[in-house]
Write a protein that binds this ligand. Structure first.
Ligand code: TTP
Ligand code: CA
Length: 361
């Protein structure tokens, strides 16, 4: 399964500022040179309808949307990172193997838990969509296929909020009419070369011999394209590098600005984060709370723990203190959701083994 969040930065902005809902929203990277100079980072689907998309100048986007009540918002990367981290953390728990490929995209191998059934995989995808909608109020487009290549191409088939399932025996038929540039790795240059060979669709590509492809693209890319045209791919879904943080987040029973109202939830979140650290035999150097207020703004406060720890009590105490301090320092804040993030992770190496060893004596 490949999951790709729809117009990701724009959805994050809409959730922080619900007055944007329904309007064309354009997320802008201002270069700072003149008032409007810079480029569009992304636009929601209401703006895309008119041709506004990533990469075009802000000035052009403003012209296109001139007569509409469009919103132009500056890029707020820390916000998108926080939302992404929370979503990825949830998704990771839904897969046998998980591979995040960008801030808003991930592969989930669900083969085992779906019992190798595409019907069960579809149910899993619908469940994930529902969870994303209720927990984060975002939509995603999902592709399901027999391998990463087909899942990725399928995820691009229907957007936004799409779900495209391509079973093993449907793969070649599904791919045949699609433009060859839908194959990941086929950029402008490869596309031009393919056009010279009279190749426009994946079906055209599948008619080229291995020798022709290797001649044109070299051994590695040539062989890849030969297999891709047939829907063949055996790259495993795998976690990239060790995790750098664990976070857990939940909604309070009711909005509050009384620290004591949050203690039970913080205790549960601390337990969950601590369990995860222990399971991975890791400790954290830093604990943060993530506070989402009733206006949906996101705030975070962190503290260093010396020495690094995975102990539930230490994490819980730090989180409670951070929450108290945050509420005291922010009189207008009313909490809606609360999370705990453990970061600065390291393997609990020699020391634990030594204490285990001493404990066993
Ligand atoms: P994408 O997944 O490519 O785009 P998207 O999520 O906005 O839209 P889609 O519904 O088509 O998936 O990229 C993810 C985020 O990366 C996007 O929200 C903004 C950022 N981005 C840029 O800042 N500049 C770019 O040129 C692109 C393509 C993306
Ligand atoms: Ca996306």
């Amino acid at each position: 399964m490949l999951l790709d969040l729809d117009s990701f930065y724009a959805q994050c902005e809409e959730n922080v500022n619900p007055s944007l809902k329904g309007k064309p929203v354009v997320v802008c990277v201002y270069s700072g040179r003149t008032h409007d100079s810079g480029a569009v980072s992304t636009a929601n689907y209401a703006a895309r309808k008119y041709g506004v998309k990533a990469g075009i100048p802000i000035v052009r986007a403003k012209k296109i949307l001139e007569s509409l009540d469009a919103a132009f918002v500056p890029m707020n990367h820390p916000l998108y990172e926080q939302v992404s981290e929370r979503i990825m953390e949830t998704l990771r728990t839904q897969a046998d193997a998980f591979e995040q490929t960008s801030i808003d995209e991930a592969f989930l191998d669900v083969s085992e838990r779906a019992d190798h059934s595409f019907v069960s995989a579809k149910d899993a995808a619908l469940e994930i969509k529902k969870q994303l909608a209720t927990q984060e109020n975002v939509t995603a487009s999902i592709g399901i296929g027999p391998n990463k290549l087909v899942a990725k191409i399928a995820s691009d088939q229907s957007k936004p909020d799409g779900l495209t399932i391509v079973k093993t025996e449907q793969a070649t038929e599904f791919l045949a009419p699609l433009s060859a540039n839908r194959i990941p790795g086929v950029g402008k240059k490869a596309e031009e070369k393919l056009a010279q060979l009279n190749v426009f669709t994946i079906s055209d590509l599948s008619n080229l011999s291995p020798a022709t492809l290797v001649d044109a693209f070299g051994k590695s890319l040539g062989a890849y394209l030969y297999r891709a045209a047939r829907g063949e791919d055996d790259e495993p879904v795998r976690e990239r590098g060790p995790p750098t943080q664990f976070s857990r987040i939940a909604t309070l029973k009711q909005n509050t600005r009384d620290a004591e109202d949050t203690y039970q939830l913080l205790a549960e979140l601390a337990k969950s984060v601590s369990d995860k650290l222990k399971e991975q035999e890791m400790s954290c150097k830093s604990v943060a709370i993530i506070a989402i207020l009733n206006d949906l703004s996101i705030h975070s406060r962190s503290r260093t723990l010396e020495p690094p720890t995975s102990e539930v009590n230490k994490i819980e105490i730090a989180a409670k203190q951070l929450t108290q301090e945050f509420l005291q320092a922010t009189p207008e804040a009313t909490l809606r959701r609360l999370g705990i993030k453990a970061s600065g992770l390291s393997k609990e190496a020699g020391q634990t083994n030594m204490s285990k060893f001493l404990g066993a004596q």
